[in-house]
Design a protein around this ligand. Structure first.
Ligand code: 5BU
Length: 258
C-alpha cells in the first residue's frame, strides 16, 4: 500500500492511509488490547510516531467512555494515525446498521472497521448507509489467524468477490496473504512467539509482508513489552525493510516523523 507499489484506491480513508504510510515509513498497526482508558491513551501516545493505524476493541475494556474517544482522536491527529475499531460485525444489515451508529457510535470515531461475511452482502449494505456518509471504509474478514478456523479457500474467494462488488466502501481484507488488488491487513504477527494457548498463530513481520500483508497488526508483541515505544520502532523497521525487500528497493535508513 506504499504508493510506490499500490494502485490508487479511491476511498478517502485509503488515500489518507497511503499518505501516512509513505510519510512515516510504516506499515505497522498496533492492536491496543489493554484493559483501561489510561493504558490505552498512554500506549497510543507512546507508539503513535511508529504506526499508521491503531486498532481497538472498545468493548473489551473496563472503563471505555466518551472521553476515551475524544482523547484518542486528539492523539490520532497529533501523531498521524487512523483509528480502527475491530468490531467484527456479523449480523443482518439492519442490525449492524444500529450497532455501527448507536451505543458508542463507532461510525463517528472509527474511520476503519471490519465485518464477517457469513450474513452475505446485506451486511456491507447495512454498514455502508452510515459509513459512506461519514467518509469511512470497511475491511472484510477473508481469513483468520487462529488455528483450525473455518474460513476455507471457497469462503475466502467469495469474500473477495463481495469486496469487488463494493469497491467504493470496502478497501480490503483481514487476511494472511495477498488477496486480489485490495489492501491486506494481517494479524497474528510477532517476532518471538509462534502461538498462544488459545489458538492464535503467529508469523514474523517478514513472513507476513512476504505473504502479501500491506499492514501488519501486532498486539501483545508490543503492548506486553516493557518498552512498547522501542518495540513498536523495531516492528516498524522490520515491516518497512520487508516491504522494501519485497519491492526490490534497497534497505533504507529509518527516520521517524510524527
Ligand atoms: P496479538 O496480541 O498480536 O495476538 O493480537 C492480535 C489482534 O488481532 C487481536 O486484537 C485480535 O482480536 C486480532 N485478530 C487476530 O488476532 N486474528 C484474526 O484473524 C483477526 C483479528 Br480477524
Amino acid at each position: 500500500m506504499f504508493s510506490a507499489t499500490k494502485p490508487k484506491i479511491k476511498n478517502p480513508v485509503a488515500i489518507q492511509l497511503q499518505e501516512i504510510m509513505d510519510r512515516k515509513k510504516t506499515n505497522l498497526c498496533v492492536a491496543a488490547d489493554v484493559d483501561t482508558k489510561k493504558e490505552l491513551l498512554e500506549l497510543a501516545d507512546a507508539v503513535g510516531p511508529y504506526i499508521c493505524v491503531l486498532k481497538t476493541h472498545h468493548d473489551a475494556m473496563d472503563d471505555f467512555d466518551q472521553d476515551t474517544i475524544v482523547q484518542l482522536q486528539l492523539l490520532a491527529a497529533r501523531h498521524g494515525f487512523i483509528i480502527f475499531e475491530d468490531r467484527k460485525f456479523a449480523d443482518i444489515g439492519s442490525t449492524v446498521h444500529k450497532q455501527y451508529t448507536k451505543g458508542y457510535r463507532i461510525a463517528d470515531w472509527s474511520p476503519i472497521t471490519n465485518a464477517h461475511c457469513v450474513p452475505g452482502p446485506g451486511i456491507i449494505d447495512g454498514l455502508r448507509i452510515a459509513g459512506m456518509k461519514k467518509g469511512n471504509c470497511l475491511l472484510l474478514l477473508a481469513e483468520m489467524s487462529s488455528k483450525d478456523n473455518l474460513a476455507n479457500a471457497e469462503y475466502t474467494s467469495k469474500v473477495v468477490a463481495m469486496a469487488e462488488q463494493n469497491e467504493d466502501f470496502v478497501i480490503g481484507f483481514i487476511g494472511q496473504r495477498r488477496l486480489g488488488d485490495k489492501l491486506v491487513f494481517t494479524p497474528g504477527v510477532q517476532f518471538v512467539e509462534k502461538s498462544d494457548s488459545l489458538g492464535q498463530q503467529y508469523k514474523t513481520p517478514e513472513e507476513a509482508v512476504a505473504n502479501g500483508a500491506d499492514v501488519i497488526i501486532v498486539g501483545r508483541g508490543i503492548y506486553a513489552n516493557a518498552n512498547p515505544a522501542a518495540e513498536a520502532r523495531r516492528y516498524q523497521e522490520a515491516g518497512y525493510q520487508a516491504y522494501l525487500k519485497l519491492s526490490g528497493q534497497p534497505a533504507a535508513r529509518m527516520t521517524v516523523s510524527g
